[in-house]
Design a protein around this ligand. Structure first.
Ligand SMILES: Cc1cc2nc3c(=O)[nH]c(=O)nc-3n(C[C@H](O)[C@H](O)[C@H](O)COP(=O)(O)O)c2cc1C
Length: 158
């Protein structure tokens, strides 16, 4: 292999993405969330989506055990939520209005879109696990997406 992880990360950063918060709940009903940009669509029929989560993540076992997750796609005005769910492990939902639909995973109000999913597959992916969810409920709103490109937040221009 003629490259290291740093070089690979730099090359992968050329692929511009949106940003989402993947959320779920533990067995006591407590909510957790992680900022992700590995979200992607998989299939329309059946409706499947995926994201990958680092095995070392604080909330990895919660996502493995819960059997469900929600994808909350962030707007350009929600960079603070991206920062919060990437760093903060306690009181993550303080001051954030949430609602629930099919699975009981927390859906963040004022997002660009939400997808409430039942986890149907978990695939081995090196230092990550790929979670595939069957979408059970969807919502979308108007607004601009928060984007991520070459390790930095960015936005759509008019
Ligand atoms: C823009 C952005 C995208 C991210 N995407 C992912 C992702 O797709 N999967 C993942 O496991 N972690 C992702 N992370 C990192 C997590 O949000 C989190 O910071 C990391 O897992 C460290 O959490 P820990 O302290 O619980 O280990 C991303 C972070 C940022 C800021």
């Amino acid at each position: 292999m003629s490259f290291d992880s740093k070089a690979l990360r730099q090359v992968l950063g050329h692929f511009a993405t949106g940003i989402a918060v993947a959320t779920t709940r533990d067995e006591t009903g407590q909510f957790v969330g992680v900022t992700i940009n590995s979200f992607n669509s998989v299939s329309l029929s059946p409706p499947l989506v995926l994201f990958s989560l680092e095995k070392q993540s604080t909330f990895f076992s919660t996502f493995q055990a819960s059997g469900c997750f929600a994808i909350n796609i962030l707007t350009s005005e929600q960079q603070f939520l991206s920062d919060r769910f990437a760093r903060q492990k306690v009181n993550q939902f303080e001051g954030v209005r949430i609602f629930q639909q099919h699975t009981g995973s927390p859906l963040l109000e004022s997002c660009l879109a939400t997808l409430d999913c039942v986890t149907v597959y978990q695939y081995e992916g090196g230092d990550h696990i790929i979670f595939v969810g069957e979408v059970k409920a969807i919502q979308s709103f108007t607004g601009k997406p928060l984007l991520y490109y070459q390790g930095q937040y960015t936005q759509l221009t008019e």
